[in-house]
Design a protein around this ligand. Structure first.
Ligand code: 6PG
Length: 464
């Protein structure tokens, strides 16, 4: 065969990645079960080799063969992997570019290794536009597995503002999908912070949509600049095609989710690494989805929202930036914990580097994060970096004012409040956990450590 790479699964992501690969000079073979999608692929992708079966597809490839699977995560990847492995040869590279769970990727990488096939778990971010014009690519796999495909992946990836490619090998087996999962956790939490900022400024700040769009546009010109801020500004200015009303007025306030945010939160829990704002963002989507219950409760348990008399706009900007920093701090801490747990040796600076372009969470803040990680690669928490801590301290008063004002006005700000508690908790040399330890020892004789000498002790509590 003559094709450089095969794309298996020609949905929105597969087809656009194929077109991107073709733009970079690759001859791309493509197959999908769906005939319509095969047609769309042949029509959209230049220099394409449309195939009528998996057999055809494998025959169309140069050796060693590179196959990029772009099928829905879960059973479809397992079925395809099982079907492909016996037909592949040692040295062939099988790439999973879906949002697979990293544990599934660990398992499949082992299966592939047993068959002599090289496996890459590729985290792809940036949606349709990213796939077409340049996504962020977080690759997991053995260095030898990645070597033959790295130049092509580096070429199709987005560029960061400084021109660097947003592709990197972040570790072996499931490390790429792990990093993508945490990317999505950060995505959920940053989206939630932005949604709370918008909601709060409408509910108690009395801002019109036009005013909000101007505020977000201004923020997007400064330290808060990010892709999510940019699309939020656009959304705030958009009118419904049918009614002419601001589009947000006609969108039902019940959020969907496909599961990667949930994975990020449960993985943080499993690793024992706090990521409360990521978890809170998942809870907030779940709460929003109880729309009918909420509407009933709103009647039964109504609390009026008290408009704020102070101008909260600047403070909400502080809350957004501080909240975003806390969220990135949580995300990077979970990646570091996962890297230790699984022995992956993930380069955190490389993660910051490739998240600066192409992906949904690309943000100006990542420049500072990258600088911080270059300065101190072993930094246990981003909030300990003097530059980043400076931003947090600078916004501290405003951050507090916003959470307080929202709380007094009975407007929920779960992500902001959780980020503030994370910041306060992390900076507390002494917490309440002495009481927890006492209670555990009281009812369960679990023992506790003393402050004045090492070792576990137990108290004979009065009532126990
Ligand atoms: C990306 C996104 C993407 C994700 C969707 C849907 O980085 O391009 O994270 O991979 O699948 O945004 O996520 P939810 O449906 O869970 O919101």
């Amino acid at each position: 065969g003559s094709a450089d790479i095969a794309v298996l699964g020609l949905g929105v992501m597969g087809r656009n990645l194929a077109a991107n690969l073709a733009d970079h000079g690759a001859v791309v073979a493509g197959y999908d079960l769906d005939e319509g999608r095969r047609g769309a692929f042949a029509a959209q992708v230049g220099n394409a080799v449309p195939c009528a079966s998996v057999e055809d597809l494998l025959g169309a490839l140069k050796a060693p063969r590179t196959i990029l699977m772009m099928v829905p995560a879960g059973a479809p990847v397992d079925e395809l992997t099982a079907a492909l492995l016996p037909r592949l040869s040692p040295g062939d590279v099988l790439i999973d570019g879906g949002n697979s769970h990293f544990r599934d990727t660990n398992r499949r990488a082992a299966l592939a290794a047993a068959a002599g096939v090289r496996f890459v778990g590729l985290g792809v971010s940036g949606g349709e536009e990213g796939a077409r014009r340049g996504p962020a690519l977080m690759a997991g796999g053995d260095a030898e597995a990645l070597a033959p495909v790295a130049p092509l992946l580096a070429a199709i990836a987005a560029r960061a503002p400084d021109g660097e490619s947003c592709f990197a090998r972040v570790g072996p087996e499931g490390a790429g999908h792990f990093v993508k999962m945490i990317h999505n956790g950060i995505e959920y939490a940053d989206m939630q912070l932005i949604a709370e900022a918008y909601h709060l400024l409408r509910e108690i700040g009395g801002c019109s949509y036009e005013r909000l769009a101007d505020i977000f546009a201004e923020w997007n010109g400064g330290e808060l600049a990010s892709y999510l801020m940019e699309i939020t500004t656009d959304i705030l200015r958009t009118k419904d095609g049918e009614t002419g009303a601001p589009i947000l007025e006609v969108i039902r306030d019940a959020a969907g989710q496909k599961g990667t945010g949930h994975w990020a939160a449960t993985t943080a829990l499993e690793l024992g690494m706090p990521a409360p704002t990521i978890a809170e963002a998942v809870h907030a989507r779940c709460l929003s989805a109880l729309k009918d219950e909420r509407v009933r409760a709103a009647e039964a348990l109504a609390i009026p929202h008290v408009p704020s008399t102070e101008d909260l706009v600047a403070s909400v900007g502080d809350a957004l930036l501080s909240g975003r920093i806390a969220v990135y701090a949580q995300g990077f801490a979970v990646i570091a914990a996962g890297s230790r747990q699984f022995g992956w040796d993930v380069d955190l600076a490389a993660v910051a580097r490739i998240w600066r372009g192409g992906c949904i969470i690309r943000a100006r803040l990542l420049d500072r994060i990258l600088t911080a990680l270059n300065r101190a690669p072993e930094l246990p928490n981003l909030m300990l970096d003097p530059d980043i801590a400076g931003l947090m301290t600078h916004g501290d008063a405003g951050f507090r004012r916003v959470v307080a004002a929202a709380t007094l006005a009975a407007v929920p700000v779960p992500a902001m409040a959780s980020a503030l508690s994370y910041w306060d908790g992390y900076r507390s040399g002494r917490l309440w956990a002495n009481m927890i330890q006492a209670q555990r020892d009281y009812f369960g004789a679990h023992g506790y450590e003393r402050t004045d000498r090492p070792g576990m002790v137990h108290t004979e509590w009065k009532g126990a």
